[in-house]
Design a protein around this ligand. Structure first.
Ligand code: SAH
Length: 223
């Protein structure tokens, strides 16, 4: 079974997304298990503080090293082989390739920041820093949920049809999915391309490959 641990100040953030659709099914079918560890439980002082002001001045607060590192140690104790990932805008970019890589690990631990981020010394205790894109979220939780969702749907047995994941965008480097159509044939004057009704599987496959390539090239020239 694939195991994920989430180190967070807001475990309640995950209740709804993990109780819907594919992640919920994966958990019920015991293909994946997700546990939250509340970082605040590892705070040392009587106020249970997890943040402090930055040396050198500047706005905002930082996650203090002591509680975060104690929470990481607890995660490593619970899952000896866990791969600890710090969510950070400065990390390497998350991708479908990375998602696939994580499915092969017995356990991943996602460390979610808040405030202005982490005291830099915490980086020495994680295996990797990961960003979900070049924008800043108010916390690591939505980033961790993106990663978790992308990984869970790739676990064997989670998707109804195993081909769906193989045909997804990005499975082949840089190639997007092709356009899809369902009924009705005519929607407000827009018709389904005739090739899809031809019954000729070779022509359909060729059309889809060409469309996917065309879309991918257009997207690339836009970024
Ligand atoms: N001052 C930081 C931003 C902190 S945002 C900076 O400019 O880099 C607070 C937390 O949200 C971060 O510690 C991180 O865990 C999370 N976060 C924000 N944007 C993210 C992104 N693009 N990818 C991954 N995590 C992100």
């Amino acid at each position: 079974m694939f195991h994920a641990q989430i180190l967070t100040l807001f475990p309640e953030f995950f209740t709804s997304p993990l109780s819907c659709s594919i992640p919920s099914r994966a958990i019920t079918q015991r293909i994946a298990q997700v546990d939250c560890i509340q970082i605040r439980e590892f705070a040392l002082d009587k106020h249970r503080s997890v943040d402090d002001s930055p040396y050198g001045g500047g706005p905002g607060m930082l996650m203090k090293p002591e509680p975060v590192v104690a929470a990481i140690r607890q995660a490593r104790k619970q899952q000896a082989n866990t791969h600890v990932i710090m969510l950070s805008p400065s990390g390497v970019r998350f991708s479908q390739k990375k998602a696939l890589e994580y499915t092969k690990k017995p356990s991943i631990t996602l460390l979610c920041g808040r405030y202005e981020g982490f005291d830099e010394r915490i980086c020495a205790y994680v295996d990797e820093q990961l960003s979900v894109g070049d924008y800043v979220l108010s916390g690591g939780e939505p980033a961790a949920m993106c990663v978790l969702d992308a990984v869970i749907r790739l676990l064997p047995g989670v998707l109804g049809s195993p081909e769906s994941a193989v045909l997804d965008s990005f499975t082949e480097a840089g190639i997007l999915d092709w356009p899809h159509y369902t009924r009705p044939y005519d929607f407000e004057g827009m018709q389904v391309p005739d090739v899809l009704l031809s019954g000729n599987h070779a022509s359909i496959a060729a059309w889809r490959a060409a469309q996917a390539k065309d879309r991918s090239n257009k997207r690339l020239s836009n970024t």
